[in-house]
Design a protein around this ligand. Sequence first.
Ligand SMILES: C[S@@+](CC[C@H](N)C(=O)[O-])C[C@H]1O[C@@H](n2cnc3c(N)ncnc32)[C@H](O)[C@@H]1O
Length: 495
Amino acid sequence: MPMEQDPYDLVAYPSFPHPYTHPDHLAAMAILHGLSPAPVEHCRVLEIGCNEGANLIPMAYAAPRSEFVGFDLAGLPVARGKERISELGLRNARIFEGNLLDIGAELGQFDYIIAHGFYSWVPEPAREGLLALCGKLLTPDGVAFVSYNALPGGHLRKMIREMMLYRVKGTEDPEQRVSEGVGFLHFLLETRPEGDAYRLLIEKHLKSMENRSPRFVYHDELGEIYHLVYFIEFMEHARRYGLQYLNEAVLPPVNDPCYRREMRAALESAAGGDILKQEQMLDFARMRGYRETLLCRADRSVRRDFPVEDLRRLLLASPARSTPGEAPGAKAFSLPDGSKMESNLPGVIALLEALEAVWPRSLSLDEIEPRLAGTGFALDDDRANLLMRMVVTKIVELHAWRAPVAGEVSARPRASACARQEARTRAHATTLLHSNVALDDPVVRGFLKLLDGTRDRNALLDAMKAEFPAIPPEALEEGIEPGLGFFHRAGLLEA
Ligand SMILES: C[S@@+](CC[C@H](N)C(=O)[O-])C[C@H]1O[C@@H](n2cnc3c(N)ncnc32)[C@H](O)[C@@H]1O
């Protein structure tokens, strides 16, 4: 009988780096909750189901003294990942073809374990094996990141998936499966009146699919396995392997029901101080369909009050840019996504201006405090609350590691070799902050490829003229400084 081809060999999965899986973020969340995780500069990271290493390879490049190991069942993506690693000459990254069910203690212990897009898409033995492996391989203060499709929101996505699967039954060709499935949803949509709740639901799912590559839809929506789980059940599963809830990878956004006073009272009366029950109740209010849960060992003591002494162990950064505020003496701080915060507190203004001046680098509180002299800003419990509010609104980021980003644009700017490699082969580049920059524009992509640290401004302009003869030279010249500024702020330029 012919062997069935692995679906991830048949159709390449469009993997991306995921900022919240980075050990810097995992360490920051662990420190915030009172743990003492391994420093990002010297740690061991394991990625389970790493596919072609799109997440793992940029991490290994940016933290050369840490060790990064990944494995995946599918041979072709692993081969592509290995080729990238050898081309970059990374000695601290290893990707191999392997089945989770065959992996054991021989890999050693890991400070950070990542399983993104795995738990909900694999059969039951592999789900069991995943949490067993985390229980076995996690160091005492280690952190595991596990994402999964959650209930109750997952019911809706499952309904959409099942309708698509019904329509594409018997269709083998991957492209045809996606186009027939998506086409069927469009058909259903048209049968419903404007504003109808069912129509809105289909519309929402269609939009999310159309924003992603059809290859994602092939695997994520139309794949064979689609396991849904309530948070409380997932945590019970993790508990059986000696793991407990640290937190979600991302703190709830400002509009989350958990911050509403009436919700807090309802949670207390229904769930008392049981954080797991509270989170499950909140998932009903959120209609949550997806989670990225951080786990740590059950014997660790987890704090949830964000004490000042733990904030002191972290670094702060802010991508916000300041402009004069509307109120007298106030300043507005705006994020790239357009969200804005205004303050007239001299301490807050001085803090954010200090961070603005060094972005994309970060500062410790010890480094910031001299700049706050005379503002009356001291990090007491109230100020720590204020700081956490700025973290929740994403005006301030918490870090546990200084990414190797350039402090300024140098005379001969050098973009990370990993990003330049991506510019040759992919439609995005990974920054040293582990975020994604789209490279759809061929001029942006071409410019990035030239930033290897050997060219000054004149040489860059000459190279751009040779590369893009159809573009007027003045336009190219005008683009050099803003282009470099953009790459610098994105965290693509190396120290
Ligand atoms: C949805 S993809 C996610 C890939 C990657 N983590 C990401 O987020 O881009 C799931 C991956 O798990 C791999 N996988 C499935 N079962 C596995 C197993 N038993 N052992 C190792 N890898 C497995 C698949 O080959 C596939 O690459």
